[in-house]
Design a binder for this molecule. Structure first.
Ligand code: ATP
Length: 587
């Protein structure tokens, strides 16, 4: 197929902003394309050589391309630079200069799509020493044989500036019309695309094997499935009603979404945007490899930064430290992660995407072997508001953003690539930010693990209730302690240790060690939240709920000057909660 056919089509597409006209031009082009290269033509029209998830990019910097353009047009780089300064379009500049190059080559080879594709492919894959020169010479070679119009589009393609504005959905429409028998074919084509993320493969299948084959498309290990997304509703009443009165509520973890593809011992991880992020998370890949019992599987999880000493979850921002190319090993140690698995799209050699959620979840539970760093997302079947609210509070208190409520009806399939009403997120409208430090009483402790073996992993802290003369728990704090603090804590607390919980301590949590309420420490947190677990100011804000401090950190101050009864009291914390409520604007 001659490349000029592609260039002509690009020119027409470029000339219109109307989607329908664009689709018509694309239909014409696809009809003229021989079946064996339909995939290549589809990728090329989107300025690519392969689907995004392969990570293969032509990626030639403009500066480099300019050298090839200089070679091909016989102009100086300076002249090209000047012209580029006026238009900002290296493709257009190339076209202009080639046109005015008087002595047209005598030995002009006709460019074919195959030749262009293969040369761009070689450019994309050439790496290492000398690759720059090699790329320039490949490009110059192509340009030497190109007409001015062809050269314009080749240059735009290699520099990532093709931008014809053809969205994935326009390609699917065009394929439906050209080869699927009409617009109705768009739906099965779209599904095939959503589960493979590969427009070229979808095109090739419909052209070579027909629409029936497209309808039989299955998820395939190595090809990321476009993620199912959640709708949002503000009130739990609406959520329950929308989901038919009952649903499964799951913690909405505050991390990064990962789709893991496992084939035997090999694991590939894809991000929400379908990039291959395996190298960024070798530890997560290892966890999937080790704790997925199925030989082959596609599963989805949220990867969350954790405090390895306490096992507590850290806010999403902590994961940013993992977005790096170098020093991964150190980042793994400094910012360890846990996996919370929430869906199974392929297991036991079966595509599960068209199965209802309860069946996918069963498969998930069967193939995941829970361990310290790998767990199935915490979930609960809820049938009324009360249960939903309680579970929501528990999620928030555990460092989650809220809940994702999921349909468990027979039609609750995995809607790849779609934001639908089968998943509804429930986040908070208000946040109670903490701006001030508070002084809390150490009433218990939890044994440390790993580096913290032999000392405490976290302290159980309480506020004082002067009316009852009791200490009501408000948080578990394991952050902010220096090694020195940690070393001295057990000694310091030893004399206050009791065999049982003190009668003045009001706690639903079971600490490993209990103390007489004596020692006061200063703490700052991120916010105050409602809590079904902590007893601080129970019922003051809402019946059946207490208050908790999220992401607490020891400031380094042992308040030796304060008696336990001088600690921040429970009423103050309730007042802080009310006073600091702020509407959550993001989302
Ligand atoms: P979007 O809705 O566009 O994905 P977002 O990326 O900000 O927006 P949210 O809408 O806030 O994310 O929530 C959806 C995301 O929540 C999922 O993409 C996933 O990463 C995350 N998540 C955490 N826990 C779960 C869970 N149990 N089930 C599904 N998704 C979860």
């Amino acid at each position: 197929m001659r490349y000029s056919l592609l260039a002509d089509a690009y020119q027409k597409i470029e000339a219109t902003t109307k989607r329908l006209e664009m689709t018509d031009h694309l239909v014409d082009l696809l009809k003229k394309t021989p079946p064996e290269i339909i995939d290549k033509v589809v990728y090329l029209t989107q300025g690519k050589l392969y689907p995004d998830f392969t990570g293969i990019e032509i990626g030639v910097a403009e500066k480099l391309a300019m050298r090839a353009v200089a070679k091909a047009t016989g102009r100086s780089e300076k002249a090209i630079h000047e012209e580029l300064g006026k238009t900002g379009d290296l493709g257009g500049t190339t076209q202009k200069f080639l046109k005015s190059k008087l002595q047209v080559q005598l030995s002009h080879e006709l460019l074919t799509v195959e030749m262009v594709f293969d040369t761009l492919d070689k450019m994309a894959k050439s790496t290492g020493a000398g690759s720059m020169e090699q790329k320039i010479s490949y490009l110059a070679g192509l340009l030497a044989n190109a007409s001015p119009k062809e050269a314009k589009y080749i240059v735009r393609t290699v520099t990532g500036a093709l931008r014809l504005g053809i969205a994935d959905m326009t390609v699917l429409d065009a394929l439906a019309i050209a080869y699927g028998g009409g617009k109705e074919a768009r739906e099965p084509l779209e599904r095939a695309y959503n589960i493979s993320s590969d427009l070229g493969r979808v095109a090739k299948t419909v052209v070579e094997k027909g629409l029936e084959s497209v309808k039989k498309f299955q998820v395939s290990i190595g090809e990321p499935v476009r993620p199912m997304l959640a709708e949002r509703l503000g009130s739990p009443e609406e959520i329950l009603e929308k989901l038919g009165g009952k649903c499964v509520a799951e913690f909405k973890y505050d991390g990064e979404r990962i789709q893991a593809h496992k084939k035997g011992n090999k694991v590939i991880l894809f991000s929400r945007r379908l990039e291959n992020i395996t190298e960024q998370y070798p530890d997560a890949a290892e966890l999937f490899r080790k704790y997925t019992k199925a030989k082959d599987a596609i599963i989805e999880a949220e990867v969350v930064a954790i405090n390895s000493d306490t096992g507590e979850m850290k806010p999403f921002q902590e994961l940013m430290h993992r977005r790096r190319k170098y020093g991964i090993q150190k980042a793994i140690e400094d910012y360890p992660v846990s996996l919370f698995i929430f869906d199974a799209l392929y297991a036991d050699e079966k595509d599960l995407t068209l199965k209802p959620y309860p069946i996918r979840h069963k498969a998930l539970e069967r193939i995941i072997q829970p361990s310290e760093h790998v767990r199935v997302a915490e979930n609960l079947i809820v049938k009324n508001l009360e249960e939903l609210e309680r579970f929501f509070e528990k999620a928030v208190e555990n460092g989650c953003e809220g809940l994702i409520c999921k349909s468990i009806n027979p039609d609750s399939v995995y809607q790849a690539g779609a934001r639908g009403w089968l998943w509804i997120k429930y986040k908070r409208d208000y946040k109670s930010e903490m701006t001030d430090t508070i002084d809390l009483v150490v009433v218990g402790a939890f044994h440390g693990r790993g580096k913290r073996g032999g000392t405490y992993g976290a302290l159980l802290l309480a506020a004082y209730n002067p009316e009852e003369d009791t200490f009501e728990t408000v948080t578990k704090c394991g952050t902010g302690f220096t090694d020195k603090d940690l070393a001295k804590l057990p000694k310091m607390m030893k004399k206050h240790e009791t065999l049982h919980k003190s009668s003045r301590v009001n706690s639903t949590l079971e600490a490993d060690v209990w103390f007489e309420p004596k020692v006061v420490i200063e703490v700052i947190g991120a916010e105050i939240t409602l809590s079904p677990i902590h007893t601080c100011a129970m019922d003051a804000i809402r019946k059946g709920s207490g208050l908790a401090i999220r992401f607490p950190r020891f400031t380094g101050n042992f308040r030796l000057d304060k008696a336990a009864e001088d600690a921040t009291n429970t009423k103050e914390i309730a007042r802080m909660y009310k006073g600091q409520l702020k509407k959550v604007i993001e989302q």
